[in-house]
Write a new protein. Structure first.
Length: 245
C-alpha cells in the first residue's frame, strides 16, 4: 500500500489525548498534499486502522519499560514478517501489518508487554509528540497480520446451564413477573384480571398453591378495593379449576 493511498486524519492536540472539550480529529483525507500541509501547520496525523485495513503490533514492555528490547526480539525471530516499521515519539516500535484483527493486550509470563491495535488509530509518520517525531525505520509491502502468533484466548465458561424446570428459578421468575402487574379498580375487570393472573402462576410458571398464595396476597394490595381473604381463596380455587367468577 502506497502512502498516497492511505486515509489519514488530522489530530488537533500536541499529545495523544485531545484538549478538554475538543475533538481529537478534524477530518479524513487520502491526499498526500493535504497530509504534508497538516504536518507543516504543526498538527500531527493519525492513521485509522480499520479504514486502511491495517493492524499494528506495539511493544512497550512492562510498565512501559524495555519496549524496544521486546521489539528487537520479535524482529530477530520473525524478520520476514517485519516489512513496515515505525519508531514512535516515545522510542517504542510499531510493526504494521495488512488486514484487520481484534484489539487486545500482549502478555508474557503474566506481564503485559504491549498491545495489538486493530481499531482506532495510530499516530502517523512525521507527527511530532512532545517535540519528538514518529519516523519510518523500514518501509515495504505489508505482510498479513500473523494471527497464529497471537491467538485470541477464549475464556472458559464455568457458568452452569440454566435449568428452566428448577422450582426455585420458576418462583424467582414468577416474582419478577408479578412486580410488573398493576392492580385494577372495582368494575374495571378487576376479578377477571385476578383469575388470569392466578392461572398464569399455576400454568406458565408451574407454581404450587402454597407458592401462589403469598404472591396473590401482595398483588391484591394493588387492587381497589382489595379482596377479602375469603374472596381471594375463591378466586385461586377457580383459577385451578379453570372456572371464571
Amino acid at each position: 500500500m502506497r502512502d498516497m493511498d492511505l486515509k489519514l486524519i488530522q489530530l488537533e492536540s500536541d499529545s495523544k489525548e485531545p484538549p478538554k472539550g475538543r475533538s481529537w480529529k478534524r477530518g479524513i483525507s487520502d491526499d498526500p498534499v493535504e497530509h504534508a500541509r497538516w504536518l507543516a501547520e504543526g498538527y500531527h496525523v493519525g492513521l485509522p486502522l480499520e479504514e486502511n485495513n491495517r493492524s499494528v503490533l506495539d511493544f512497550d514492555g512492562p510498565n512501559h519499560e524495555n519496549g524496544r528490547e521486546y521489539a528487537r526480539q520479535f524482529y530477530q525471530r520473525y524478520r520476514e514478517l517485519c516489512t513496515f516499521i515505525v519508531e514512535t515519539a516515545a522510542g517504542n516500535i510499531h510493526f504494521h501489518f495488512r488486514g484487520s484483527t481484534k484489539t487486545r493486550k500482549i502478555y508474557e509470563a503474566g506481564k503485559e508487554i504491549g498491545d495489538i491495535k486493530g481499531n482506532g488509530y495510530v499516530v502517523w509518520i512525521g507527527s511530532t509528540i512532545h517535540k519528538k517525531a514518529y519516523r519510518l525505520i523500514q518501509g515495504g509491502e505489508l505482510k498479513p497480520f500473523p494471527e497464529h502468533l497471537f491467538p485470541i484466548e477464549k475464556k472458559e465458561d464455568n457458568r452452569q446451564p440454566i435449568d428452566e424446570n428448577d422450582p426455585v428459578r420458576r418462583l424467582i421468575r414468577a416474582r419478577e413477573w408479578m412486580k410488573k402487574r398493576e392492580g385494577k379498580a372495582d368494575g374495571n375487570g378487576r376479578g377477571l384480571q385476578l383469575i388470569k393472573t392466578c392461572r398464569a402462576l399455576f400454568g406458565m410458571f408451574g407454581l404450587t398453591e402454597d407458592q401462589v398464595w403469598p404472591l396473590i396476597l401482595e398483588f391484591n394490595e394493588r387492587n381497589v378495593p382489595p379482596y377479602s381473604e375469603k374472596q381471594l381463596r375463591h378466586k385461586v380455587e377457580d383459577a385451578q379449576k379453570g372456572g371464571r367468577s
